[in-house]
Design a protein around this ligand. Structure first.
Ligand code: PHE
Length: 342
């Protein structure tokens, strides 16, 4: 019996086979277990020799089982290590670097261009009170501009007596916040996210604007025109470009103008600064006295201009991106195609 089991254990090929051997010998109905049960029927004389012999056999089988089990585990590990060995001298595999999103790229370009003209960067919250988003900008409660803007309003819990808040519909509330914080004179741009409930090929519920604000003692529309010309030339990388100021209306500027840039569309390709087409790129005007007053700036002493421009739109124009919605799809192929390397 001993020779049989020592042999079986030595030849067990894996843990499952080994377990089978164990059950065959030491399991409830195992050969050794049955023999041990027979001890009861033996005479005391017989039992004296058979008992210790069987116990010794049982111990020996158990020891052989554990030794074989350890040997099998070692062999399995060796096998795995052979398969998974690592050549640390191999050159590293290339990892794909991410790219700069076109919106971030354009924001960086804008910031650099306006920094050269003395504009600092200002920021405001994306969730703002309707006072900053509307009232302070001379848009009172009944004003149609509120309805036109497809505003997202924040829910208020019962008993919450904070003023109503909105997702800002434009970057213009940053005009108020930066004048409150800094007073006049001031020269800032404020790039950032804005929100309107609108969705089609040219509208997404979240998009980006950059606000511009320059307030001093004698700033005029002429300064606005120069700053915008310099901006358009630098941004579109052209030596010369005509700008067209079209009379318009915004509650927070007076007078107001929408600004078009000269361009051509040869074969569907936009060229800025040549041809005789016009492309609207921004709204602007002289900051309304009410707006200055809301922000604690005295309109008898200070005046200046403001403008607001869609960043997504000028990014599409410069980099030939056809569909606005693709900006926000997070499609890696699109991002690799239109993204900028760091
Ligand atoms: N806030 C305006 C808009 O969102 C743009 C604008 C900004 C116009 C500043 C005039 C002055 O359309």
């Amino acid at each position: 019996l001993r020779a049989k089991y020592i042999d079986l254990i030595a030849n067990a090929a894996d843990e499952a086979a080994l377990e089978e051997v164990r059950v065959g010998a030491l399991g409830k109905k195992g050969e050794v277990s049955l023999k041990m049960r027979e001890l009861g029927k033996m005479t005391p004389e017989e039992r004296k020799t058979a008992g210790p012999a069987l116990n010794a056999l049982k111990d020996e089988i158990n020891a052989a089982l554990s030794a074989r089990k350890a040997a099998l585990a070692d062999a399995a590990l060796d096998e795995r290590l052979k398969g998974e060995w690592l050549d640390v001298t191999l050159p590293a595999r290339n990892r794909r670097l991410g790219t700069i999103h076109p919106i971030s790229q354009v924001m960086d370009e804008l910031t650099a261009i306006f920094a050269d003209m003395g504009f600092a960067v200002a920021e405001g919250p994306q969730i703002d009170s309707d006072w900053y988003n509307f009232d302070a900008l001379n848009i009172p409660g009944h004003h149609p501009a509120r309805a036109e803007m497809d505003t997202f309003y924040m829910n208020r819990a019962e008993g919450d007596d904070r003023p109503p808040h909105v997702l800002r519909t434009h970057t213009s509330p940053v005009q108020i916040r930066s004048m409150e914080a800094q007073g006049a004179p001031i020269r800032v741009i404020a790039p950032g996210r804005v929100y309107r409930a609108d969705y089609d090929q040219t509208h997404t519920p979240m998009f980006h604007q950059v606000e511009g604000l320059a307030i001093d003692r004698d700033i005029s529309m002429a300064n606005l025109k120069w700053v915008l010309e310099e901006f358009v030339k630098a941004y579109f990388e052209v030596d010369d470009v005509k700008l067209r100021f079209r009379a318009s209306h915004f509650p927070f500027t007076e007078p107001s103008a929408e600004v078009d840039i000269q361009c051509s569309w040869e074969g569907g390709v936009l060229k800025v600064g040549e041809g005789d087409d016009w492309l609207e790129i921004l709204g602007s005007g002289m900051v309304h006295p009410h707006v200055l007053r809301s922000a604690g700036v005295d309109p008898d002493e200070w005046q200046g201009f403001a403008f607001g421009m869609g960043i997504d739109r000028i990014a599409m124009l410069k980099y030939g991106i056809p569909d606005l919605r693709a900006f926000f799809d997070s499609d890696l192929r699109w991002l690799r195609h239109y993204g900028f390397s760091a």
